[in-house]
Design a protein around this ligand. Structure first.
Ligand code: SD4
Length: 347
């Protein structure tokens, strides 16, 4: 089953949030591709709006996915940008990656005190012969590129959560809590939109922003940015800056981005694996499902304690997702409108 333009609008206006289909179709016009952008979690709604400003004017998918996730990096939330929760030593450390339609890619990991890690990742891609810079070296590069060194402060909410966490000092990643999943037009969501909630025990759920887009020229690009796992060991790097794990783009096939327990996304080379299933002809949703199933299989009973999710967009503009557990959603923006889709899940 596919969703044509009319159904897409109807589903939005009816407020239908959760449905599991074998792929959503964004049909192209005779003149070119219809741009589309999809992003993880409900924070993806605002991020997509940033990306749409680029895509709707005929801009590139690459510019769109950078601008889009910068919106989230500017928000105070649990898991993205300098307002996010710190590592167990009390410092916010950021991971980000970006990839274009020609296998160009760049990433930064364990980056501190820089507001827009996604833009540093893009500079790594465009200005160096390397793919990845980490830690002090990444920061040094950012400063040389004109980025500002921000204060080593925690946001008010992160400081509160950190103090609460210090009381127990245990690191137990928790799978995401359930979200608001009622699809609404963006305009209605603006006022209500809140950064993802912290759990009452001060722990965090996983809320990376990952975004993939298709532009009017038919080119795909993707981006991913995060503070990683809350109260992580100092120096911990997740899947988000690892090309092939947290993000992968093959312009002949599709683009995929991951969220959830990064260690278990890395283990299965997650985003790359989803792309390969799409290359074999699987729909975006089915390709995501197969890799999530693999995570479940290899994690055995431990799969109950982790969340892993993928969103995928293929060359035709069809999209889909799959999660290990209930509660994951992703945002879609096209010229026809906006939608928040509840992901199917395996457990
Ligand atoms: C990580 N995958 O660092 C990221 C976390 C995440 O929503 O997705 N948060 O493991």
């Amino acid at each position: 089953m596919s969703i044509n333009r009319r159904n897409f609008i109807n589903l939005s206006s009816l407020g239908i949030a959760g449905f599991t289909l074998q792929g959503f179709v964004n049909k192209s016009s005779a003149k070119g591709m219809k741009p589309i952008v999809i992003a993880t979690w409900d924070a993806g709604i605002n991020a997509n709006k940033g990306a749409w400003e680029v895509l709707s004017k005929g801009g590139s998918a690459l510019d769109a996915v950078e601008k889009g996730v910068m919106v989230t990096e500017d928000e105070i939330s649990c898991c993205v940008g300098l307002g996010a929760n710190p590592d167990r030593d009390g410092h916010v450390t950021l991971d980000a990656s970006i990839m274009d339609h020609e296998f160009n890619c760049g990433s930064v990991a364990f980056l501190e005190r820089i507001k827009h890690p996604i833009s540093v990742a893009r500079k790594v891609m465009e200005k160096t012969p390397h793919v990845m810079l980490v830690g002090a070296g990444a920061q040094q590069f950012a400063l040389a590129e004109g980025f500002t060194l921000e204060a080593d402060n925690l946001s008010e909410s992160a400081d509160k959560a950190y103090k609460q966490w210090l009381k127990k000092s245990t690191y137990k990643p928790v799978i995401n809590v359930e979200r608001q999943t009622t699809a609404q037009p963006t305009s209605q969501l603006d006022d209500k939109f809140k950064a993802p909630a912290r759990l009452s025990n001060g722990d965090w759920n996983h809320d990376t922003i990952g975004m993939v887009a298709l532009d009017a020229k038919g080119n795909l690009s993707g981006s991913c940015t995060t503070s990683g796992a809350g109260f992580k060991l100092r120096g911990r790097v997740g899947d988000s800056p690892i090309i092939g794990a947290g993000l992968y783009v093959d312009n002949e096939v599709g683009a995929v981005v991951a969220t959830g327990q990064g260690e278990d996304v890395i283990r299965v080379a997650g985003s790359s694996a989803v792309v390969e299933f799409m290359r074999q002809g699987k729909s975006p949703q089915e390709a995501c499902r197969l890799v999530v199933e693999k995570v479940r299989k290899i994690k055995k009973e431990k799969a109950a304690d982790i969340q892993v999710c993928f969103i995928a967009l293929n060359k035709k503009g069809e999209h889909g997702s799959y999660a290990l557990h209930k509660g994951f959603n992703y945002a879609v923006q096209t010229a026809e409108g906006h939608q928040l889709i509840e992901s199917p899940f395996v457990m």
